[in-house]
Design a protein around this ligand. Structure first.
Ligand code: ZN
Length: 334
């Protein structure tokens, strides 16, 4: 509910050193793995001031070269000693709505928070965060439109407590959805290519008309385009294996019946799809949605993602295997 795959990143500033999550590492591995790497905070801030993105700086940790998170610039410009950035399902469900600022103002009363309109991760996001803090220097919570949540604090305990507080205030009960047609879907599960997921939330993208409309309407947040597809495909219940033969997407929707997913999705795709399904379940049918524009989606899928690929493949061993036909990095936003 807080992060999916390698998304989200945490940091702490200690004695002039910014410890930031390494690109491609999973926060869920934090207790077992070296996921945080040290960079000089003053140097990092100087680079940002010179318009040089500090993401991807490599640091050797126990003989392995790890690169800093793509969101390093945002962590560096934030004044808080501890910064928790998560792709919270509940927050994203508000952050993709046109009325998100208004609705969240009602729920986050008494908390120093700011809404940051969508900008891509990296220097642009860092600049937007800096501008927001200039007008609200006491802000401790940032809601990143079409992206996620940032919480800052003087120490780990207070930052985590604030994160829990925000989470409880923005929590949304998931919408119920019809049961999928297990029998119809299972006809395709013997092909060796597709399978029927057990998650009702994932099937809701096919069974629930409102959910299907939302997921087919565009890109709500970057991970959806980067790790899954820019256009969810829907088939009607008369589909056959022949219809599915040329399909490259990690999942397909069957109108009114449910969802088929690839037999062997990589862990990043699985986690991203589950997260998307959970977000969609928490958006009311009539909510005004704010999708990314075509231009914003194009920017996400630009050539820069290739630079991250090698780092991700090296760092993500055990979790990440890139999608066979993917031209995208599995770590652009982490
Ligand atoms: Zn993020």
């Amino acid at each position: 509910m807080l992060v999916q795959a390698a998304t989200g990143n945490t940091s702490i500033k200690l004695d002039g050193v910014l410890w930031i999550k390494a690109s491609g590492k999973w926060l869920s591995d934090a207790a077992q793995d070296d996921i945080l790497i040290p960079v000089n905070l003053a140097e990092t801030r100087t680079r940002i001031a010179q318009n040089i993105d500090p993401a991807g700086q490599t640091v050797a940790v126990r003989g392995k070269s790890l690169g800093t998170s793509v969101e390093t610039a945002m962590h560096a410009v934030l004044p808080h000693r501890v910064v928790l950035h998560v792709h919270s399902v509940n927050t994203i469900a508000w952050a993709v709505r046109e009325d998100g600022p208004h609705e969240l103002a009602l729920r986050l009363k008494g908390i120093n928070w700011k809404w940051i309109p969508y900008v891509p991760s990296g220097l642009k996001l860092a600049a937007a965060v800096q501008a927001a803090l200039a007008s609200a220097p006491k802000a401790e919570v940032l809601v990143l439109a079409n992206h996620g949540l940032v919480v800052g604090g003087p120490d780990c305990k207070s930052a985590e407590a604030l994160l829990r507080e925000v989470e409880s205030r923005v929590a949304i009960s998931p919408r119920r959805s019809p049961e999928p047609d297990w029998a119809l879907l299972s006809r395709f599960a013997h092909s060796g290519v597709w399978r029927v997921p057990p998650s009702i939330a994932i099937h809701a993208m096919g069974t629930d008309a409102a959910t299907r409309r939302m997921v087919s309407g565009g890109i709500l947040y970057p991970c959806q385009a980067i790790f899954l597809t820019t256009q969810a495909r829907t088939f009607d219940r008369t589909l056959t294996s022949v219809d599915l033969a040329g399909v490259d997407e990690p999942f397909v929707l069957v109108d009114g019946e449910g969802t088929l997913v690839r037999q062997r999705p990589n862990p990043t795709q699985s986690a991203t799809l589950s997260g998307l399904a959970l977000v969609l379940q928490r958006i009311p049918e009539a909510a005004p949605l704010r999708y990314l524009t075509d231009q914003q989606v194009r920017e996400l899928l630009c050539a820069d993602v290739y630079h991250y690929r090698e780092v991700v493949e090296d760092n993500g061993a055990g979790h990440l295997t890139l999608r066979q036909n993917s031209t995208l990095s599995a770590d652009l936003l982490t």
